[in-house]
Design a protein around this ligand. Sequence first.
Ligand SMILES: *[C@@H]1O[C@H](CO)[C@@H](O)[C@H](O)[C@H]1NC(C)=O
Ligand SMILES: *[C@@H]1O[C@H](CO)[C@@H](O)[C@H](O)[C@H]1NC(C)=O
Ligand SMILES: [Zn+2]
Length: 579
Amino acid sequence: MDAKCKTGLPVLGGVQPPRVRRVRWPTLVAGVAFLALLHLLVSPSVHPIYRSPALPLASSALLCPQEKSLAPEKNSELWNDLTALHATNDFLMRAVGQLSRAIQLPTETFDEMDRVGEDERWLTRAPFVDHLATAFPLVHASLELQKVNTYGLMYIWQGSDASLKPLLLMSHYDVVPVSSSSADKWTHPAYSGYFDGENIWGRGAWDDKAGIISKLLTIEVLLEKKFVPTRTVVLSFGFDEEAGGAQGAGHLAPALLERFGPDSFAMIMDEGGGSWEQFGGLFAFPSVAERGSANVKIEVQTPGGHSSVPPEHTSIGMLAALIVHFENNAPGASIEVDTPTFEGLQCLAAHAPDMPGLLKRAIQSARTNPVALKAVEAILLKDPIFRAIVGTTQAVDVISGGVKSNALPEQALAVVNHRIAIKSSVNATLTRDAELTRDLAARFNLSVTAFGELLTPVGAPSFGSLALTTIDTLEPAPISPSDAPPYRLLAGTIRATFHATRKDEEKEIFVAPSMMAGNTDTRFYWDLSQHIFRYDYSNVLGEGIGEVHTVDEHLRATSLVEMITFFTTLVLNADEAAL
Ligand SMILES: *[C@@H]1O[C@H](CO)[C@@H](O)[C@H](O)[C@H]1NC(C)=O
Ligand SMILES: *[C@@H]1O[C@H](CO)[C@@H](O)[C@H](O)[C@H]1NC(C)=O
Ligand SMILES: [Zn+2]
């Protein structure tokens, strides 16, 4: 995942003018940054709120209702059997072996890969796909496998009741490359899949081969136990999520749409989310939304000539002024009440025992009280990471121009990367860019074309031209409702899994909706269900995982088994629920 990247956004690998590199879409778990902020707040030196006495609070569980732990009923015996099986060392070693072997087959995705069939770097997928067929024999004997665009994998486990909308489980089996400069920095070689008795090491250990392996092993074991599903289960595995997913998910989603139709899935699960302790409470954060994005190219063209007789401003100077103008007019951020971020805050206020009273009270009243909302903003928007996550952002990530030290640059270009707030839109973001640009272009006597529309008078003489164009855009994802049966099923499943796997844990776990800062392959799946969740029960209480997208990626073996218990519980619960 791109989605799971918690270490930050991979940077573009250098400027390559005039061709602009397609931006690789890193994804962040929004929760990570959001929670990092809340950690900051815990320090009394950070904000005076921590010096105020705790105030009495109204009972607030209604702000964030919690589902009861949901264990399968019809299949309770099977579920008990399976959770007992998962607790054995034999099973743990079986899961470890599966993940380890999957890591040993590298499936690296690079930026700028040509289509399947035209770029031989895709060929690494073939041995991985062949390996799955032998590693999960019952899955391959019992499920229908449709290969989409050669390496996209769609498995269909037909349920006995065709009137029930299927459950769709997604993952991706590609990984980000191991750079040659860092290969020798790994504690255990990146493609060793080494198991040290506690952790499985290697690229993909978490992101996202654990997702593939946990889902396939869940189904393999259910087949071993002769489970026959009532509700159809579909698996959909992409192979280039780390480069945006166009070749994998971009083909799988239309294939699913053709086969099953629009809005045909009861719910969709993909990588993402996690759980952490916050203000003394344990919280799981399934992601119910993703921000949008837009990459905007700004190009200034002016007459060339010898630089011994230069004009006052060259194209590079004008572009520089424009960039400064953008940065001086950054989009604002606000907390909006009908967003997953606000709902998540409400859950913390309702269930975290140690949240300072003032913040808690402000959050509790903010939905209906604008003054309280302003107070919450005053505290939380101080944090630049939180601010970035709730607002639309801009970052000039690419710049180029000029070819020679004694020649006036005829062209200069920059690329602005926007992440678009969940309540905003691509249009609002582009409109804002166009307005900022128009302000400045008059000063430099440039004609302006913004997204195909000429903003300056037709035929007016100008010194040069300025053009804004999009490289790619993505609307913010629709928000999956957190008051509907699929979310409730997910929440109850998370709690049941927690209770089954952490019997010694005294604290209760609470489930709170959250938002991705980045994107997963689900960006292609919106038409298939209104209930899309990015959550895979990895990273429970921040324990399971090591580094991601960098050296020393690893996953705790017990976390892998917990993921399997989670997907087992989810499949069985979905099988008997009305969704
Ligand atoms: C935004 O939407 C308005 C109204 O539909 C349209 O006129 C305008 O061209 C759009 N702007 C962009 C940049 O797409
Ligand atoms: C803009 O530049 C053009 C071409 O150099 C020139 O003819 C025109 O008078 C300029 N307009 C202004 C407002 O400076
Ligand atoms: Zn991933």
